[in-house]
Design a binder for this molecule. Structure first.
Ligand SMILES: C[S@@+](CC[C@H](N)C(=O)[O-])C[C@H]1O[C@@H](n2cnc3c(N)ncnc32)[C@H](O)[C@@H]1O
Length: 245
């Protein structure tokens, strides 16, 4: 009789745990669907969370608008992703940061806003014009962090930065083919506990397709996962975040 009761209770509790959990007056407290990929965000929710967490003040808005004003491609990170960069740089108490891919300076301003006064960002940009527009936008943002925009191919510039390391954070947001090289450089030049952040980690939806570009992006993921503590956050185009052990 007692044994029968125990089996019944066990079955009952496991079926509770199996279900998309409703208990205590039918209020949903946990959920299997989201774990299997169902998304609950919609335009209204995204607008709300962006307004609460990632709202632009005037210096941020001018940096965000700088690419459009200068007739450059508007391919900067979105406000929520910019806020994520700010949070990450604050989380690792970043004092020395490398950014690969400056564009008009919006993400550099976001990274700088997460840092304490006196920090330094080296931001690498291939296009002279992008660098000039970025320098102006960064100056207007009144930062208390020094942002040095360096012009050239990041693959050629990175070795010259090794003397300034180790770094607290490396943000990669440039030519996608070179992500494995940028990842390897970051692993070598981050301090233990420092983080690698890579935007467009879904490769515009092509991450699992058959192409050399996709293979290289997969190598970026797999090498980070093999050697670091890593995750790929489900931002619209994926943001890889990995901590150096
Ligand atoms: C997506 S945009 C960067 C956006 C910027 N991180 C932001 O969110 O505000 C990519 C930039 O990387 C630059 N770029 C592309 N290949 C590069 C390379 N090999 N070295 C340095 N910069 C490069 C491009 O000129 C472009 O300005």
């Amino acid at each position: 009789m007692v044994l029968g009761m125990k089996v019944w209770l066990l079955r009952r509790s496991s079926s509770f745990l199996d279900d998309t959990c409703f208990f205590r007056s039918n209020k949903r407290v946990a959920d299997k669907d989201s774990r299997q990929g169902q998304r609950y965000d919609d335009a209204e929710i995204r607008t709300y969370v962006e307004r609460v967490h990632a709202r632009h003040d005037e210096p941020l808005q001018q940096a965000f608008d700088a690419a459009e004003r200068a007739g450059m491609p508007q391919i900067q990170v979105a406000p929520n992703e910019g806020q994520l960069l700010e949070v990450l740089s604050a989380m690792v108490d970043a004092k020395r940061v490398v950014e690969v891919g400056t564009l008009a300076g919006y993400s550099a301003v976001r990274l700088a806003r997460g840092m304490k006064p006196g920090g330094k960002i080296f931001s690498l940009e291939f296009e002279e014009k992008h660098a000039a527009v970025a320098r102006e936008a960064i100056a207007k943002a009144n930062l208390d962090v020094d942002v040095e925009v360096m012009v050239g191919d990041a693959r050629a510039l990175l070795p010259s930065l090794e003397q300034h390391g180790p770094f607290d954070l490396v943000f990669v947001d440039a030519d996608k083919e070179s992500y494995p090289e940028y990842g390897a450089w970051a692993r070598k030049n981050l301090r233990p506990g420092g983080i690698l952040v890579g935007d467009n980690a879904y490769l515009f939806g092509n991450l699992t397709k058959e192409s050399e570009r996709a293979e290289r992006m997969r190598a970026f993921h797999e090498e980070a996962a093999g050697e670091m503590v890593s995750v790929c956050l489900p931002t619209p185009d994926g943001m890889l975040v990995a901590v150096k052990r």
